[in-house]
Design a protein. Structure first.
Length: 456
């Protein structure tokens, strides 16, 4: 018996059905259904025999789904109705008892929370692996000089390890955000019913223990309408994908002939359909392109939820495709980043030659004047004049004569000036905490390994 007098229009069925994408929630739906059956029996809402039969049937359904032999029926609107339909076919009328004291609203919210909890945990673990790769790479290149950049112009020299460690701290923050997303999934929606609670005295704490939730939702309306945990995951994924995009952008630049700083392994590059000589850094380029895709999913779910009246609305069905695609995209990006960095090779001579550009010692020369009592702003102008004079005359800074130096400032000590321009002195002068001097890089490596080993 149904309250409707005519069937659903096929076009509505097509837009309403979610089975095409939500079927991947089946492990979580089976797990919560088992826990729900246990709880119903524990509260004497159904008999222990009924609960045992339900669990037997759920085990059989799970085996079919896991083995890829589950047959979906034309009337299966989503994975939840498909599982209940098949369960009833296996165990008979008792299958209809499983939905006692449960609505699809709290059922779906629980499945999604369990999915996000696992996805965030997987992302966190993948980041731990990626951080280990970057740390190992930094250890092996701790004394390799390279130019640091601002505005894509050579700015100041740094060690390659110092540059790589910048990504370590980004990824550690990302890992922390995913751990926070896991915690955001700690409140159990199940037991809230459609929106107002259920007409049975249930044991939601038992359900929380069975399903690994830290607490139960305190408000039934909030429980079924809440997708904050999904937003938290997507926000963390968006920031992480952005960091991977920046890494990809640098690998693309560094692997060009113009830079020549590194070469990506063949396994992470592609050829050209017409130019036989090409070795394209496609995997690194895709890291750039995947980031806005993940961010778009975050923005899209914000759009779904914005202005949505309480409590449950069908709009919430649109959470899953954004979650699933973002999680899949991020997983692929993290794997590609780890693979590329595990096999990248750097050109030490090319890096060192670029780092030996005397013009990037300009700040150090200004500081030399500051130590002689010249205010920094005045020193800045003196060195800018020196740089302009050298460029106009087609020479390096070290090729300027003592008289030329004196013409710009009598306080510029020629001996100190020339000593400063000796290779390596610019790098080791950056002794401030977090700087690129060798001792500081060594401290940073130790600090990063300690942070990696510690939970956020």
């Amino acid at each position: 018996m149904s309250r409707f007098t005519e069937p659903q229009h096929p076009d509505f069925q097509a837009i309403n059905a979610s089975l095409g994408f939500d079927r991947r929630l089946w492990p979580y739906d089976i797990a919560q259904s088992r826990a729900h059956a246990i709880m119903l029996a524990s509260c004497s809402i159904i008999t222990t025999a009924d609960a045992d039969e339900l669990r037997r049937g759920l085990d059989a359904v799970a085996a079919e789904l896991d083995g890829g032999i589950f047959v979906f029926a034309p009337g299966d609107e989503d994975i939840h109705t498909a599982i209940e339909r098949r369960l009833t076919e296996i165990v008979g009328a008792v299958g209809g008892k499983l939905h006692t004291a449960r609505s699809r609203n709290d059922q779906v919210a629980t499945d999604v929370a369990m999915y996000v909890r696992e996805a965030a945990s997987v992302s966190s673990a993948s980041l731990t692996g990626l951080i280990e790769v970057v740390l190992d790479l930094a250890e092996r290149h701790r004394d390799w000089a390279m130019p640091g950049y601002t505005h894509l112009q050579r700015a100041q020299p740094v060690y390659l390890a110092h540059h790589l460690l910048a990504y370590v701290w980004m990824f550690l923050r990302d890992r922390g955000r995913f751990e926070e997303a896991v915690a955001a999934c700690g409140t159990l929606p199940l037991g809230a019913g459609a929106l107002a609670g259920v007409n049975f005295s249930t044991d939601r704490e038992l359900l929380a223990r069975e399903l690994g939730f830290a607490a139960v939702a305190q408000n039934s309306i909030d429980a079924v309408s809440n997708r904050d945990f999904a937003l938290d995951y997507l926000a963390a994924a968006s920031t992480c994908a952005m960091h991977l995009s920046r890494l990809g952008a640098e690998l693309v630049l560094w692997s060009t002939s113009e830079f020549g700083f590194c070469e990506l392994a063949d396994a992470w590059t592609s050829g050209s359909s017409i130019m036989p000589q090409k070795k394209n850094p496609d995997a690194a380029e895709l890291l750039r392109a995947k980031a806005p895709r993940v961010a778009a999913h975050h923005n899209a779910l914000l759009g779904v939820l914005h202005g949505l009246p309480l409590s449950y609305n069908k709009d919430l069905q649109e959470d899953k495709e954004h979650l699933f695609d973002a999680a899949d995209t991020l997983a692929g990006s993290l794997a590609a980043a780890s693979g590329m960095l595990s096999s990248v090779s750097f050109d030490r001579e090319r890096l060192a030659a670029a780092a030996a550009d005397e013009m990037i010692a300009a700040v150090d020369i200004a500081d030399l004047l500051v130590r002689a009592g010249v205010p920094f702003r005045e020193a800045h102008g003196i060195v800018a004049g020196l740089v302009r004079h050298a460029l106009d005359s087609g020479r390096t800074l070290s090729e300027l004569s003592d008289d030329e130096l004196a013409s710009h400032s009598e306080r510029l000590d020629p001996a100190g000036f020339r000593q400063l321009l000796e290779a390596g002195s610019w790098l080791e002068s950056k002794v401030s905490a977090g700087g690129t001097a060798s001792a500081r890089v060594t401290e940073q490596l130790a600090g990063a390994r300690s942070a990696l080993a510690s939970p956020s």
